[in-house]
Design a protein around this ligand. Structure first.
Ligand code: NAD
Ligand code: COI
Length: 334
């Protein structure tokens, strides 16, 4: 049996080599390139592929894999929003993800972004860089004084809630599905409108679908409290950047912590030298603000997460090739 992996980084190699040693019946091939129609031929001779990318998986790439007899794909991450399920179904592909590699990685990053906003850390850092060791005007806010609205109480949202409760914040939550533990604590409100109206800080932890693209738009922002903070470690397309910029200009929004951005592939994953060189006006606009903190979709990026992403994706791909049904299998008919 052979598995071919795409987009392999140096930091993933020790875990991949460990997996190979533990699975001597599987030959592993890999490349640092992403899966495209052109690179699909690198997997020739393999029975399945393991991949990770934030760019769309093109139908042409899937067709090229199928021509080589490959119909098993295992991604090393959670979100499956860059696949077209119709393409997968038309071509008879089976897809697995890694639904739980380390929710704590993303949750901790979320809390750090929130804390940096509340304590105005970018402004304090700039003052420090200028040799200004005074206090004013960067007076901060405490977590325990905040009502934090958590949208999405899945694996990540629930860890976010637990950490927030440790800090003494008041948490309210919204999800289309009610988790029994969060329900028991009485944290759910009935609607997104309730979250918008009651929260000092709003944090997003839902998957991206066609139906919730730009859910944080001008209308949603209008309903929010003046001086709200917004944190997004889920998917960039959940927030309409133009509406966010308007909200920041109007001072309706006091700040934003963004690990993901609308159409982020324009800028993430590349070295620009300076934010002055960013090619996208909306991202540059956001990046230049002291009350906006941007991180390059690295909320997931911890040693524990990377190790689990490799192990679970390779285990899943092997299981698919053996004709088994791993519990990481995605229902592409949904
Ligand atoms: P999850 O599937 O465990 O939880 C998602 C929750 O969202 C579920 O409880 C679901 O019922 C709820 N939901 C779905 N649609 C909804 C809607 N329209 N309104 C309200 N609730 C809705 O997923 P997770 O592991 O918590 O991850 C959440 C998202 O975080 C992923 O889909 C992915 O996009 C993103 N993510 C980002 C990073 C990163 O590095 N920034 C890493 C991993 C995951
Ligand atoms: C995910 O796991 O869905 C992420 O957003 C992480 C990223 C490496 C794609």
């Amino acid at each position: 049996m052979k598995i071919f992996a795409y987009g392999i980084r140096d930091d993933e190699k020790p875990s991949m080599e460990k997996w190979e040693k533990a699975n001597p019946d599987v030959e592993v091939g890999y490349t640092d390139q992403l899966l495209t129609q052109e690179t699909a031929k690198l997997a020739d001779g393999a029975n399945g592929v393991v991949t990770l990318q934030t760019t769309p998986y093109e139908r042409g790439a899937l067709e090229a894999l199928k021509e080589q007899g490959i119909q098993s794909i295992s991604i090393r991450n959670v979100g499956v929003d860059n696949f077209n399920f119709k393409d997968l179904n038309d071509l008879g592909f089976k897809l697995t993800n890694v639904p739980v590699y380390s929710p704590n990685a993303i949750a901790e990053h979320t809390i750090l972004l929130m804390g940096r906003l509340l304590r105005r850390v970018p402004e304090v850092d700039t003052k420090f860089d200028n040799g200004d060791f005074t206090w004013a005007p960067t007076i901060g806010k405490e977590y325990r004084e905040q009502t934090v609205g958590v949208i999405g109480t899945g694996h990540i949202g629930r860890v976010v809630i637990k950490i927030l409760q440790g800090f003494g914040a008041k948490v309210i939550a919204y999800d289309v599905y009610h988790n029994p533990d969060i329900e028991k604590q009485g944290l759910y409100v009935d609607s997104l409108e309730d979250i918008y109206k009651q929260s000092d800080v709003i944090t997003l932890h839902v998957p991206l679908f066609d139906s919730n693209k730009h859910m944080i738009n001008e209308k949603a922002i209008e309903q929010m409290n003046d001086g709200v903070f917004i944190v997004n470690c889920a998917r960039g397309e959940l927030i309409d950047s133009e509406a966010l910029i308007k909200g920041l200009d109007d001072k309706k929004i006091a700040g934003a912590g963004l690990d993901v951005l609308d159409n982020e592939n324009r800028v993430f994953g590349k070295k620009w030298g300076s934010i002055d060189n960013l090619p996208s006006s909306d991202i540059k606009n956001l990046a230049e603000r002291k009350n906006v903190i941007i991180t390059p979709h690295n909320a997931f990026y911890t040693e524990t997460a990377v190790h689990n992403m490799i192990k679970i994706s390779f285990d899943s791909n092997k299981a698919l090739i053996e004709g088994k049904t791993p519990d990481t299998l995605i229902d592409t008919n949904k």
